[in-house]
Design a protein around this ligand. Structure first.
Ligand code: ATP
Length: 245
């Protein structure tokens, strides 16, 4: 079963192709790593997959259903989640509330002002369960601004996992973390159940390589090497465009 399929995807900005005929098929449960030099088009590919930008041509499907023109929110309802940068979180709010807000953002129901936020029991439970999954249950009452960079990264992952995604896109989850924090996030990602397919963009090869089952190498908006971890690492083109950087 293919979880995420991209066919002949193209996108240009001001006449420059940033995504050129990209094809990608990620199997259900797979852990895929996307690598490539700066400007290769990795984030643009994620933006196309989540629907934040629209392709010029080509198609995207999620578990066999075409979503090429489906709005972002609807894709999220169908099981697509993405980790966002910390900037989008609320510093003065507690970790619990931040995760609850993420869940509310996805919820079809409207925010009910007559029920105190903390009394929305199901939301509280889901938020706490998500924080427990990333080992932060004990910090649920702490304002986000008082947490470390590594803890915040785990909150981002908790927010995405709380949505019970079928496909999770991780955009540089190890960026800016210390070696110890990288190991924590790595352990956490390795523990995510197989019913979540994960696609990761990452530059930190030490931890990312361990995570990857298959690797796709992008360069100038094109897939130039793809295969198992061993195949891609051994491929001279990988060394040429990426590992030599
Ligand atoms: N909205 C946009 N308008 C114009 N050009 C854009 C836009 N978004 C991205 N680009 C350009 O597309 C190219 C690819 O960018 P993208 O962010 O996808 O690369 P990347 O592989 O994620 O790079 P990095 O590793 O540096 O994050 C870059 O040259 C970038 O300047």
């Amino acid at each position: 079963m293919i979880a995420l399929e991209v066919k002949e995807l193209r996108k240009s900005f001001g006449g420059l192709y940033v995504t050129r005929r990209v094809n990608l098929a990620v199997a259900a449960g797979e852990r895929r790593l996307i690598i490539g030099p700066n400007g290769a088009g990795k984030t643009t590919l994620f933006n196309l997959v989540t629907g934040e930008i629209t392709p010029d041509s080509g198609s995207i499907s999620l578990f066999g259903e075409t979503i090429t023109r489906t709005p972002v929110r609807e894709r999220a309802h169908r099981g697509m989640a993405r980790t966002y940068q910390i900037i989008t979180l609320f510093g003065r709010d507690t970790l619990r509330r931040n995760v609850m807000l993420a869940l509310l953002g996805l919820s079809k129901r409207r925010w009910n002002p007559f029920i105190a936020f903390e009394r929305q029991r199901d939301l509280v439970d889901k938020a706490e369960a998500a924080l427990a999954m990333v080992g932060l249950a004990h910090l649920a009452d702490r304002p986000l601004a008082e947490t470390s960079y590594g803890e915040r990264r785990r909150v981002e992952i908790a927010m995405a996992l709380a949505q019970k995604p079928r496909v999770l896109l991780l955009d540089e989850p190890f960026a800016g973390l210390s070696i110890d924090e990288r190991q924590d996030v790595h352990k956490l990602l390795m523990a995510v159940p197989r019913d979540v397919t994960m696609v990761m963009i990452e530059h930190n090869m030490d931890v990312a390589l361990e995570f990857a089952e298959k690797i796709t190498l992008l360069n100038f908006g094109e897939v130039i090497v793809e295969g198992t971890r061993a195949e891609v690492v051994a491929d001279p083109r990988t060394r040429e465009v990426y590992l030599g950087h």
